[in-house]
Ligand binder design. Sequence first.
Ligand code: CA
Length: 226
Amino acid sequence: MGSVILVVEDEPAIAETIQYALETDGYRVVCSHAGLPVNTILEEQPVELIVLDIGLPDISGIELCKQIRTWSTVPIIFLTARSDEIDRVVGLEIGADDYVVKPFSPRELSARVKAVLRRVGQTSVHASENGSFQLDRDKRVIKYCATVLELSKYEYNILAVFIEQPGRVFSRDQLMDRAWDEPDASMDRTVDTHIKNIRAKLKQIRADHDPIVTHRGVGYSLEITA
Ligand code: CA
């Protein structure tokens, strides 16, 4: 069973809207209309992130978050309805990763989910190694054949995506999604330009080999090396 986003929200209409928006963006979603079942759900299946309403009928979302934090680091995004709740969320050390104020647009929430997951993913993988590549996320440094690459921001982001999932084919859209801060702001062609530049830099270090594989009409991948 794959990871899911758990939406804890007692108002069915809001829960359904959130579920629809997240599923449209490719996430698997499980909904709970109360807070108390959450601990059981967390024990039963892998949960990638929790969207947690503060005003629940059985337990306050803030209290529930504190309980979860005693044993789990699963990312939590609060849904708040009132400004005094926001003050509590922001002011207290309750361990939420972000919050969204009602009324919110489903797109906004989905964007927050994505941002939190990206942030969490980056901090949990500090360093990776793939064949001739070494990635140090803390220092934002990539070495190729033990030589440090001089990369622009987006060249680094793209290559880091490849190194962490060698062999996986990424479409241009997927690369933009993972490497750009504002995916909509750039044109599709820019991915090709960055790939071209990355290849040129790799070639300066090792002229006889191109580790980036072009999949015609699909996208790019980094070759799998032993
Ligand atoms: Ca509520």
